[in-house]
Design a protein around this ligand. Sequence first.
Ligand code: RUQ
Ligand code: CUA
Length: 656
Amino acid sequence: MKILRLGVGLLAAASLMTSCGNSGTKNKNGTEGALTKNAAEQVYIAPGEHDDYYAFISGGYSGNLLVYGLPSGRMFKEIPVFSQFPTSGYGYSEETKPMFNTSYGFIPWGDAHHPDISQTNGVMDGRWVFINENNTPRIARVDLTTFETAEIIEVPNSAGNHSSSFITENTEYVVAGTRFSVPVPQRDISIKDYKGEFKGALSFIGVDQETGRMEIDFQLLMPGFNYDLSHPGRDKSHGWFFFTTYNTEEANTLLEVNASQNDKDFIAAVNWKKIEEYVKNGGGKMMPAEYAHNVYDHHTHTATSTMKNEVRVIDPTEVPGAVYFLPTPKSPHGCDVSPDGEYIVGNGKLSTDLTVHSFTKMIDAIENKKFDGEAYGIPILNFDDIHAGSVKKAGLGPLHTEFDDKGNAYTTFFISSEVVKWELGTWEVKDRKPTYYSVGHLTIPGGNSREPDGKYMFAMNKITKDRYLPVGPELEHSAQLYDISGEKMELILDFPTHGEPHYAAAIKADVVKGNSLEIYDLEDNKHEYAIKSEGEARVERNGNEVHIYMSTIRSHFAPDNIEGIKVGDKVYFHVTNLEQDFDVPHGFAMIGQNNSELLIMPGQTKTTTWNPKKVGVWPFYCTDFCSALHQEMQGYIRVSPKDSDIELTWSLGDDE
Ligand code: RUQ
Ligand code: CUA
């Protein structure tokens, strides 16, 4: 009950905090008054002009990743990652179905959380975006030449893959940590045996520097805490990785109360360079584990899925000096590292103070063995020896922190619904601005690298209420963009996001836009059912399987009429788009198809299936308005009874 009372106290204090923190003029919604013309101009991108930044905003429970422009807040693309996407056929087309293969079978939905952009020397290089799936633990890589999901790897021994997917300074690793500890290996034991029997796996997934391909290098099997969030060390702390933990009580029931008992939980500091060295020398042991590794090849336009059967696991006590616990009050959520790598910020959800640890002090304490006990053989450092400072009474319910280029940090407060700007080193609060409402994450372009940008910050909120025209009980989440170039933050734009925007990664547009592909080279199309010209269009029967090699070009299909298909057949439409012009996709949909449409990019081949169930003549058509004669882009399929002996024929206007 103690905790419940605390909750009420926090809420009461929260209303105080917001009312005193929000001193500008207000409209009837309690939000800031009319934007100055200056503010409106700041976010105005004239027709035909481009935004300055890409923002990759997580879709949360939509399973997707959304591409926005800043400062306009315009949405450019929804990239399907962990969920089927009928718009393009992702996860429905034969080529992309293997992307959803897992050790649990075909999983067509996922809960996406934290995108992070690849880096070189601590600076975002704009090659890939990685994003984690929480529910069925997976990590995906999105290629920023195609803006498509290129790879998905499942993470074994994990459950609730939340402290993920964060990137080391040179994209050596994408790191994934388990939120739920589980028996490792999984086995039939009582939940009451949680303590000591459950483990928390922290996975270090190696990234090939040329191709981006991921492989799990090792998993650190940590004590059975909840590993909530993480960030890499950078610059001086490069080689380390930091993870917040909660439930160091190792409770397994009513966590709301039982996991809030300890005054301090830990940030786990992992010296991954040391473990890498250990692994190079043959350390750790291979353990049976089943997990899928799915790779999409944009030359064959096809994904393949490989089932893996073992993973290297490391017991942290085997590698002396590799893991330490930094005591941090109180059930910390966000774990953020300053651009110079010196400060590690732990945001205790139930603490009013923000705790900041010093990397230099941490190293000093380790060298001088200033320990304050141990947990499961892992040394606990003494809080006072590593503590750099605390931001006092900054707000209520701190979650996440980002940094600018001037030595400031910005922390979101869920309960007091605000972003607070404070200074590294002096720990002084410099400004606070309300968010609408109940902010979760915030993003500063480049904010998670050595070189954050000092121009914009946007807050991503959990509750929308009255921000936009009402659209029934379910509302899109709101985001607010602030100009942070001055002393005080200035709210300049409010825009809706899609799904639940758990975190976003943002980067200067110039780094990415020049690499964006305009077409797939038809000559380079290595799809096994591709055709390179209309002359190759054909239909082949193999028992009751029918393969249609079909092409599209403005504005017709080849073939367009097909006869000789029978009820009970399984028909594969392999559609190659012969166009070689930027932004000329064609679509494909067949009446009665238990599937989605296809949207086929120039030079690409995609396959959809259809099981004809009814005798008759049935049309298909192009779903994408591709030319003035788009409505003419159609064809028919004659479906005959099962026992019919109508010959298989096809045509393209040759019977006119
Ligand atoms: S974690 S608030 Cu995935 Cu904070 Cu979203
Ligand atoms: Cu092709 Cu419309």
